[in-house]
Design a protein around this ligand. Structure first.
Ligand code: AMP
Ligand code: GLY
Length: 420
């Protein structure tokens, strides 16, 4: 079979490495992929948002199945366009991808169906938003309605900051049209848990839980990034929390989407906060998380491609989805200066490619060169979290490139939580 994976980061590399275990798959293309995928997929230089280009390529190459990994093409309706050509896909159609594409949609959905989330109001007029802010307690959270490369959320400690946040989104359009409508919501406190799930619209099967590390510096300091590392499972996601999430969040969300005639198929990502009043939804993503995927898929024991096809065909309830009873840690190796200014073009060498998921690299004259802020992720699995962390950092030492930076404390908070 011929498979196409849309996207080009560490998440897509982890998906490709997991798909490769299926013996029915002969060829995997990636659009656009990156130089670090060499040996795992054939990279084709078509951007992930080039819907027409991807459809044309998939038809020409007689692709049997397409995995659409990033948010943009899902929200733009790539799955619909491929389905119209008779090509089955992993991922939601445009009507369902709105669960990530519009925060106002997802907040209204949760309100309508009683799914626990932060209290909020949505606005399309700046004056009304500011008048509302003046009556609220601080801190408060201002969110752009649409996709904003994961940067559309501003946590504001003072009224002044909150007003500036609204102005920057609605007047200065720092997130373009994504910020022409906004959500203002209550600030919640508690540990965060990421739960990715497989769903075919009938059943929802949560994957092993995980914890992201979003800040650039050790001790959760510095700027927000695309994610500097992950661990799985997340110790805050206890059996009791999992049960409550299934009853109050996961199933109600799947059912709500069905009732709205927006059946969701693919990977639905629940970004949760475990507050003192129980778990609440911080965000939905209509796709696998990055870098959560880099710890979740290495723990998957069952066959990923079989599960993906079951989400498309509606046969998930008869499909085995089993995870190893182990732990995983992924350390992101970045270019020094990320997420602001950094240099690239340094040669990358590594002793072992196993568990290495490349995000920002290019091949030039047979050499692999750094080509982005987040360069690659190094994952290790082990029976305990402590061992997985230790193994991951040992593997990091065997990957070399100049100008590298990585956090030294991935998993430390989780280890402390385990001890409690
Ligand atoms: P999002 O892009 O929605 O995942 O938000 C990015 C980050 O902002 C989340 O991972 C949280 O750490 C934080 N955040 C979002 N909403 C809230 C909230 N209502 N209260 C506190 N923190 C939040
Ligand atoms: N790691 C968060 C995300 O993928 O959106």
């Amino acid at each position: 079979m011929v498979i196409l994976v849309v996207g080009g980061g560490g998440r897509e590399h982890a998906i490709i490495k997991a798909l490769k275990k299926n013996k029915d798959i002969d060829t995997i293309y990636a659009t656009p992929g990156n130089g670090g995928f060499e040996g795992d997929a054939i990279c084709v230089n078509i951007g992930a948002k080039d819907i027409k280009g991807i459809v044309k390529f998939a038809v020409e190459k007689k692709v049997d199945y397409v995995v659409v990994a990033p948010d943009d093409p899902l929200v733009l309706g790539l799955v619909d366009k491929l389905n119209q050509k008779g090509i089955p896909c992993f991922g939601p159609n445009k009507r369902a991808a709105i669960i990530e594409g519009s925060k106002i949609f997802s907040k209204n959905l949760m309100k309508k169906y009683g799914i626990p989330t932060a209290k909020y109001r949505s606005f399309k007029e700046e004056e009304k938003a500011i008048a509302y802010l003046k009556k609220q307690k601080m801190p408060i959270v201002v969110k752009a309605d649409g996709l904003a490369l994961g940067k559309g959320v501003l946590i504001c400690n003072t009224l002044d900051e909150a007003i500036k946040a609204v102005q920057s989104m609605m007047e200065d359009k720092i997130f373009g049209e994504s910020g022409s409508r906004i959500v203002i919501e209550e600030f919640l406190e508690g540990p965060e848990v990421s739960v990715l799930s497989f769903t075919d619209g009938n059943v929802v099967i949560p994957m092993v839980s995980s914890m992201d590390h979003k800040r650039a510096l050790d001790g959760d300091q510095g700027l927000n990034t695309g994610g500097m590392g992950t661990i799985a499972p997340n110790p805050y996601y206890t059996k009791e929390v999992a049960k409550e999430c299934m009853e109050k969040i996961f199933l109600p969300t799947i059912n709500a989407m069905n009732k709205e005639n927006r059946t969701f198929k693919g990977c639905l990502y629940f970004g949760l906060m475990i507050t003192k009043d129980g778990p609440k939804v911080i965000e939905y993503n209509c796709r696998f998380g990055d870098p959560e995927t880099q710890v979740v898929l290495p723990l998957l024991e069952s066959d990923l491609f079989t599960i993906m096809q079951a989400t498309t065909n509606g046969t998930l309830k008869d499909t085995e989805v089993k995870f190893k009873n182990e732990c995983a840690c992924c350390v992101i190796m970045a270019s020094k200066g990320y997420p602001t200014h950094y240099e690239k073009g340094y040669e990358i060498t590594m002793e072992d490619k196993d568990g290495v998921y490349v995000a920002g690299a290019k091949l030039e004259n047979g050499k692999l060169l750094t080509n982005g802020g987040r360069v690659l992720g190094v994952t290790a699995t082990a029976p305990t979290l402590k061992e997985a962390i230790c193994k991951a950092y040992k593997k990091v030492e065997k990957v070399h490139f100049d100008n590298q930076y990585y956090r030294k404390d991935i998993g430390q908070r989780a280890l402390k939580a385990e001890e409690k």
